[in-house]
Write a protein that binds this ligand. Structure first.
Ligand code: NI
Length: 176
């Protein structure tokens, strides 16, 4: 188990389409342990395997109740492998996002308000959930990483992209 360096925007691995996981053995367990430790060390709300240089379709996310983000409902800690997203309805909502691969910055990003996600857990058991709000946002952000997309590419108006310290007071703070 180790804290791994997080790749930053511009690294070619972050632009790749990651490959599905086919082996649920010790290598996957070790990847998940590293992802977990890395995300916790940086107090992230989510992390995708490509962010630590592994181009496989694995994301982790979760957020306990946090006084820094009182308006954000907690999200259960989840390991999601080979995810598939199905938006439910056309409703989009805009929210401020950050990303451990884009440190110090925030942007206002439209996401589907409600969606269904499916995939498997580390034992290959199915996951099938319908979620909304921040939970739906975090899943869309993490799964975008698996398709080589970072949140700045989703920002509609680039005036709503900037450094966190400069944006203070203009945005609702959100976890990375
Ligand atoms: Ni990210």
């Amino acid at each position: 188990m180790a804290i791994r360096p997080v790749l930053k925007m511009g690294h070619p691995i972050l632009r790749q389409v990651a490959l599905p996981v086919t082996q649920f053995g010790p290598e996957l367990q070790s990847l998940l342990a590293d992802m977990d430790e890395t995300m916790r060390s940086l107090h992230g709300a989510g992390l995708a395997a490509p962010q630590i240089g592994v181009s496989q379709r694995v994301v982790i996310f979760g957020l306990e109740a946090n006084p820094r983000y009182p308006h954000v409902a907690p999200v259960p800690y989840t390991v999601l492998i080979n995810p598939q997203l199905t938006p439910l309805g056309d409703e989009m909502s805009e929210g401020w996002e950050g990303c451990l691969s884009v440190p110090g910055m925030r942007g206002l990003v439209p996401r589907y308000h409600r969606l269904r996600y499916q995939g498997v857990d580390p034992n290959g058991a199915p996951i099938d959930r319908t979620v909304e709000g921040f939970h739906a946002r975090v899943v869309q952000h993490e799964v975008d990483h698996l398709d080589g997309v970072l949140y700045p590419q989703r920002i509609r108006d680039m005036r709503n992209f900037g450094f966190e310290d400069a944006l203070l007071g203009q945005m609702t703070p959100m976890p990375d």
